[in-house]
Structures are given as structure tokens and as C-alpha cells.
Design a binder for this molecule. Structure first.
Ligand code: SF4
Length: 338
């Protein structure tokens, strides 16, 4: 992904810094755009006179604000995501574990959505031939969501009807999806057309909706197909491997916005009530290496759900909250994806 394929809104950023008289500025960019971070920092610093500090930590979503950096700057610009209405602080600012609502988010963190400047129509034209039914749900990541009406027109020219759904949880725009919020894909349709890059979102949409997903990547022009039955089978295998577990580690994400402490404690209590050994493990990054030392039979992930695809390769099963509830007999298999 080339840095010049996005609107970085540098004029708005520089104007805001001057307007607020900010002397120290933080920048947080997604992994794929760290290559352009230093050039952006240099330009901002040169034109505003502010000290600019780039976050070297991971940045996977709006749930992932660099809160330590935030404490030492006057403004923190967080690129690539929309504002997270359920931001929680893991550094003592959370009130009784409850989310800090949108209007309470300090004005210090400003979101730069990084809208793509790439024309999505050619990729959608290629992908549309893969649509089998007449009605298609149309979704995109925030980078392309502003262009969904153009995609709708392309689909109409192919004689199909596109439906753009409203998001119910953490998304800001109609048709927008996050790895943890596919609610805008729950529309009456035969299939889903996803506009964006990578496999996390389309695979998650297929799992969540049970519908075939056609993914159109405007950057690579590649079309990919995600079949729900194949993906669901992999999750059934993971659940099956955990059915005999005698001990579990329940993982709590310590990134701001991913910490589901109450849900994790409730799961631990339910697991103990069913005769399992259950432990709470808090961590920022979930990798197999970090879990190696823990002598349990399975793990339950209460942090970012988009990591599920990586977990397939872990030696021990890592289940989602819903999947673990199936193991505990608290949820039926039919309600696994609800
Ligand atoms: S999918 Fe994961 S990284 Fe993205 S917003 Fe949700 S919790 Fe954060």
C-alpha cells in the first residue's frame, strides 16, 4: 500500500496544531504506513515548529490508542481508523470497568481516517462477475466507505441490487466494517461484496453472516472468495480440540478498547463452576511465543477477535468467547455465530 494512496489531511493537521498552539505532537500510524511516518513528522515539525513524536508501538485499530504517548503530548493524531465509541482506559481512568463514552473522549486524540484516493470501480467491476445471486450486501473498511455509492452503481449496471447496511455497534458509517463489528453486513441479501484489503474482514464477515463473501481489493485489483462453510469447519475443529480441556487460560487484552475484564472474570467463574481450572492472563500482544510457558490445555481470547485467523496455527486451541460458551454447554452450536 503506497503512502500516496491515502488522504493524510496534513493541511488540516498543521492548521489544528497552530490553532491549539500545540508544542508537542504525537503520531500513531498503522503498521503498513510506518514507512511514511518519518516524512510526515518532518513536514509537520518544519511547518509548525512543534516537536513531533512517532509511536513505535503497534496500531491495529481505534481500540489501540498509544495512551502513554498521549500523556506526554498536547495532541495525538491517530491515523487509519474512525473514532472508537467504546474506548476504555487500561491505565486507571476507566470508571468501574465501564466504557468511556464518545463525548468523554479527550479532545487530545484526533482521528485521521486515511480515506483512499484509489478509484474502487475497476476492482468492483472485476469482482461483480463472481456474484451469483441478485441481491448483494455491500461493505468496506473505512478507507473506501466513502466510495460505496460508486460501487453500488457498478453493481446496478451488472443487473444486481446492492444493499448498504447500518452498523449497530462500533462503526461510524453505513456499510463500514471492523474486525470486531460486522453488523452492517447483516442485511437481507444472497452474498456480500467487501471492498478492502486483506483476509481478516472478509473471512470474519463470512463466519458471522454464514454468507459467501466476494472481496475486491482496489489496491491489488485482486478478487478473493470466502466460503463460510470452509471457514466454519476450521472453527469447529478448534472447538472440538478444546472439548476435553481440563484447564484454560482466559486472555485479557490490555490495549485500550480491547479490555473485557468483566466478561473474562465471568467466563472464569463459569469455567470453575464446570470443574475446569481457569486462569486470567493479561497481555497486550497475543502471540504463540507469549503463551508457550502457560501449562493449560486451551486459551480463550477476550481481546481483539480479528486475531482468530492467526490462532489456527497455534499448537493449543484458542477460542472466542462464544466458542468457549459452547464448550461449557452455556451456548448451543446453532447460536455460535450470533
Ligand atoms: S478488530 Fe480488533 S483492532 Fe480492530 S477495532 Fe476491533 S478490537 Fe480493535
Amino acid at each position: 500500500m503506497a503512502g500516496n494512496s491515502y488522504e493524510f489531511e496534513l493541511d488540516r493537521i498543521k492548521a489544528l496544531i497552530k490553532e491549539r498552539g500545540a508544542r508537542r505532537v504525537g503520531l500513531q500510524l498503522p503498521e503498513g504506513l510506518k514507512t511514511v511516518a518519518l516524512a510526515i513528522a518532518a513536514e509537520i515539525s518544519k511547518e509548525t515548529g512543534a516537536d513531533v513524536i512517532v509511536s513505535g508501538n503497534s496500531c491495529y485499530g481505534a481500540c489501540d490508542i498509544d495512551e502513554r504517548l498521549e500523556t506526554i503530548v498536547d495532541i495525538l493524531f491517530h491515523f487509519g481508523h474512525t473514532i472508537n465509541p467504546f474506548r476504555k482506559s487500561v491505565f486507571g481512568k476507566t470508571r468501574n470497568g465501564k466504557p468511556v463514552l464518545k463525548e468523554k473522549i479527550p479532545k487530545k486524540v484526533l482521528f485521521v481516517e486515511l480515506r483512499s484516493t484509489v478509484d474502487i470501480k475497476p476492482a468492483v467491476e472485476r469482482a461483480v462477475v463472481e456474484i451469483k445471486g441478485n441481491f448483494v450486501g455491500l461493505v468496506a473498511t473505512v478507507q473506501h466507505v466513502h466510495a460505496l455509492d460508486e460501487a453500488k452503481t457498478v453493481i446496478a449496471h451488472a443487473g444486481k441490487e446492492a444493499v448498504i447496511g447500518k452498523g449497530a455497534h462500533a462503526v461510524k458509517y453505513d456499510g463500514q466494517v471492523l474486525g470486531c463489528d460486522f453488523s452492517s453486513a447483516k442485511v437481507p441479501c444472497d452474498e456480500i461484496l467487501f471492498v478492502g484489503s486483506g483476509s481478516f474482514h472478509p473471512a470474519g464477515i463470512a463466519l458471522y453472516t454464514g454468507k459467501r463473501v466476494i472481496a475486491a481489493d482496489p489496491f491489488t485489483m485482486r478478487t478473493s472468495i470466502f466460503e463460510p462453510d470452509e471457514l466454519r469447519k476450521k472453527r469447529y475443529v478448534a472447538i472440538g480440540r478444546a472439548l476435553d480441556a481440563k484447564s484454560v487460560g482466559i486472555l485479557i487484552g490490555m490495549k485500550s478498547g480491547q479490555c473485557k475484564l468483566n466478561e473474562a472474570i465471568t467466563l472464569q467463574q463459569k469455567a470453575i463452576a464446570k470443574g475446569l481450572e481457569a486462569y486470567l492472563i493479561a497481555l497486550e500482544e497475543i502471540t504463540e511465543e507469549r503463551l508457550l510457558g502457560y501449562k493449560v490445555d486451551a486459551f480463550v481470547n477476550t481481546a481483539c477477535p480479528r486475531l482468530a485467523e492467526d490462532f489456527i496455527h497455534f499448537k493449543k486451541p484458542v477460542l472466542s468467547i462464544n466458542e468457549f460458551e459452547v464448550v461449557l454447554g452455556e451456548r448451543s452450536w446453532e447460536k455460535l455465530w450470533q
